[in-house]
Design a protein around this ligand. Structure first.
Ligand code: ZN
Length: 51
């Protein structure tokens, strides 16, 4: 039997919020209100370059 990873509601610190990444649409914990992209996508920084 395989255990499937379940998505659980993480205990968030004050000010943290679960958002959907604008790039990959995955859920991630945003530490501040202006954070709209998950850390993985932010590290690529592709989203910053408008076009
Ligand atoms: Zn992302």
């Amino acid at each position: 039997m395989r255990k499937k990873k379940q998505q659980q509601t993480t205990t968030l610190a004050p000010g943290e919020k679960v958002r959907h990444c604008l790039v990959c649409h995955e859920e991630f914990v945003s530490a501040w209100s202006g954070n709209r992209v998950c850390n993985r996508c932010r590290s690529t920084a592709v989203w910053k370059q408008g076009a």
